[in-house]
Design a protein around this ligand. Structure first.
Ligand code: SME
Length: 161
């Protein structure tokens, strides 16, 4: 199946999942599972959420699919994860071995994308995906992952009402 077709299909399945899942927590679990199962190069998929009131600010591992990671809590000044959360910008790393910020989760990981999740205009967490393939996160993948992060942000906003 062409990558563009698969992305379209997965995107509409995620839109449906957002409709049918009552809580943000369940939605994040379902999203991690669906992305991990359906997107063949997404070898680790997980959420890091900002701990409320932590000082210094800290990202805590949430729902994930893939091997357990040693990085269950990440300060904002560390890792690709910290860079995405502190800048509020998507970070794509085509070759993690060449990025000094990278915190290793698996020796097999070659590339990574981290997309911040916003709720009510503030970063509340992020969606992190690792791949065993170099440069797996081309622009069409970035769009998909950014769409995913936006869906989670909306769900969190709805839950907080
Ligand atoms: N690689 C991330 C750490 C999280 S693991 O990949 C699951 C980073 O550099 O922040």
């Amino acid at each position: 199946m062409a990558v563009a077709t698969r992305i379209e299909e997965v995107r509409s399945e995620l839109d449906q999942l957002a409709q049918s899942t009552p809580t943000a927590q369940e939605f994040m679990r379902g999203m991690a599972k669906l992305l991990h199962e359906r997107m063949l190069k997404y070898n680790w998929v997980g959420f890091y959420m900002l701990e409320p009131d932590a000082n210094p600010p800290m990202l805590a591992l949430g729902a994930f699919e893939g091997a357990m990671t040693p990085h269950t809590r990440i300060p904002l000044n560390q890792g690709i994860c910290g860079a995405a959360a502190s800048s509020g910008q998507t970070v794509v790393v085509d070759d993690v071995s060449r990025d000094p910020r990278y915190l290793a989760c698996s020796l097999e990981t070659k590339s990574e994308i981290v997309v911040p999740i916003f709720a009510r205009g503030k970063v509340v967490g992020e969606l992190d995906i690792d791949s065993h393939f170099h440069a797996a996160f081309t622009s069409e993948h970035q769009e998909l992952v950014q769409h995913c992060a936006a869906l989670v942000g909306k769900k969190l906003e709805a839950a907080a009402q």
